[in-house]
Ligand binder design. Structure first.
Ligand SMILES: [Zn+2]
Length: 264
């Protein structure tokens, strides 16, 4: 297997977090194994990793009944078709993928070719913010606005002390700051910290606890300064690498610079 898998185990649920290698942006697919069924959250960017995560989900011996897409970034929805289950998203995310998904795919095909899928799956089902009990487990679906993306679905299992924070939290990887809502993002992370979840499952990188919030808040503060001071893409990249020398995902900075400095 190319990716790594870390399990979060409770009496009622086991979450298998599949993390792709950095060539797949260290993107996570959370495979939520309940008593009678399996749910999936986020679907990978690269085809080999989507296939690997889907095989893991289907290997658990229970039907895969839902695939949730947290937000409209390619590393979260491109692989949705490989999981062979209905795809759910927030209404805004569904609308965004319906409107722009094909163009996003065309742009990514230019640089990534066959590494990315040949078509985009527009989520067919809407997930509404609120509470739903599935197989006896209480799920809290929340729409977080103006953070890493314009809108992001997070899923918490409050009785199990688990939050799937998706791209509000990366574990020691350079953050994608081209979405531009750095203050809103920090506020969302502080709000999450107040909930006292014991297990934090990020959108990128390994699962952890509340210490993951500190990395993100430090990074966002540093990145705001770097962004304000940088004259060009190279300067931004070098100042972020110098400020966060231990952070992985340096390749993400080049992708990001394509958004921040499109003329260069
Ligand atoms: Zn992401």
């Amino acid at each position: 297997m190319n990716g790594t898998v870390e399990k979060t185990e409770r009496a009622t649920v086991t979450i298998h977090t599949y993390t792709s290698p950095e060539s797949g942006l260290a993107a996570n697919t959370h495979i939520i194994e309940l008593a009678t069924q399996v749910l999936v959250l986020d679907t990978q960017y690269g085809v080999p990793f989507a296939i690997e995560a889907a095989e893991l989900a289907h290997s658990l011996g229970k039907p895969v009944t839902r695939v949730y897409v947290s937000h409209d970034h390619p590393d979260h929805f491109f692989g949705a078709g490989f999981f062979r289950a209905p795809v759910y998203a927030l209404a805004e995310t569904q609308a965004s993928i319906a409107a722009a998904g094909d163009a996003m795919l065309a742009g990514n095909k230019v640089v990534a070719g066959d590494f990315v899928p040949d078509s985009v799956v527009v989520p067919g089902e809407i997930v509404a913010p609120g509470v739903e009990v599935i197989d006896g487990v209480r799920f809290e679906f929340t729409a977080v606005r103006d953070a890493e993306a314009d809108v992001m679905l997070t899923i918490a299992l409050p009785e199990e002390g688990i939050v799937m924070a998706q791209d509000l939290v990366y574990d020691n990887l350079h953050l994608f700051i081209a979405g531009g809502h750095l203050d809103g993002w920090a506020n969302a992370v502080r709000a999450l910290r107040e909930k006292d979840y014991t297990t934090v499952l990020p959108g990128h990188g390994a699962p952890g606890g509340a210490e993951l919030y500190d990395f993100v808040l430090d990074y966002l503060a540093g990145a705001a300064h770097a962004l304000a001071a940088a004259a060009d893409a190279d300067e931004l990249k070098s100042s972020l690498v110098a400020a966060f020398p231990d952070a992985g995902g340096v390749g993400l900075l080049d992708i990001q610079n394509g958004y921040l400095f499109p003329q260069q």
